[in-house]
Design a binder for this molecule. Structure first.
Ligand code: DX5
Ligand code: ZN
Length: 219
């Protein structure tokens, strides 16, 4: 099944509820937390994410681009996020952390920067509900999709199928009408799109176009 999760990173955060309403036909709102250390950009933290959850408009998919995920990630699950994604590169004990996130009631998801391989995590796949294969270097919206990531998406899908698991593969960065089909064909089923959705004249219509294009390849 295709899942669409628009990123609100480059939306008008002064009108958070209005922006969330623009995308309420999507499956999740993707909320990017950046600490200015793990990535060279600073966005917002727990209070904004709590406000997004409290709005009740759409389930929240939190993407934590922060150092020391072991220390901070569980609070996002306790705040009511539907899913919490932390980076493999920022967690000292990813298995323990995934278990804590699940225990706090959220889906646990592992993100990989472009240069991080999936291979060391293959034996631990059952600990996760989703793997995020970054298709740009994390930090900013509006970057170009790295098609060199398609191999990693394929390898991840293969490893998931080989273990008979039901795990989503999310792609994030440069997803648009021009790239979503490539990512879906390679095995992604969950699509983050920031500029493609918030830059469109009609966000709802764009979500439906993306859903349709991905649906040609996902089953
Ligand atoms: C980038 C963020 C993305 C970003 C995507 O580090 O993780 O979620 O908002 O933006 P687009 O879709 O414009 O590449
Ligand atoms: Zn993101």
């Amino acid at each position: 099944m295709v899942t669409i999760s628009p990123s609100i990173l480059n939306s008008d955060i002064g009108d958070l509820y209005g922006e969330l309403r623009k995308i309420e036909s999507a499956d999740f709102a993707h909320v990017d937390v950046m600490d200015g250390h793990f990535v060279p950009n600073l966005s917002w933290g727990l209070p904004i994410v709590e406000a997004a959850v409290k709005s009740g408009i759409i389930p929240i998919d939190a993407h934590l681009m922060i150092e020391d995920a072991d220390r901070w990630a569980v609070a996002y699950a306790e705040a009511g996020c539907a899913s919490v994604t932390f980076h493999a590169e920022a967690a000292a004990a990813p298995i323990r952390l995934a278990r804590e996130i699940r225990r706090a009631g959220a889906k646990a998801s592992l993100a990989l920067r472009p240069a991080t391989d999936i291979t060391p995590y293959i034996d631990f796949l059952p600990e996760f509900d989703m793997i995020l294969v970054m298709t740009v270097e994390p930090g900013f919206g509006g970057q170009k999709f790295l098609d060199s990531m398609l191999g990693k998406i394929r390898r991840t899908r293969k490893a998931i199928s080989a273990q008979n698991l039901q795990i989503s593969i999310q792609v994030d960065g440069g997803i648009s009408r021009n790239t979503i089909e490539m990512a879906a064909e390679a095995g992604a089923d969950t699509f983050v799109a920031g500029s493609a959705v918030f830059g469109a004249e009609d966000a709802h219509a764009e979500i439906e176009v993306l859903r349709h294009l991905a649906g040609r390849h996902c089953h």
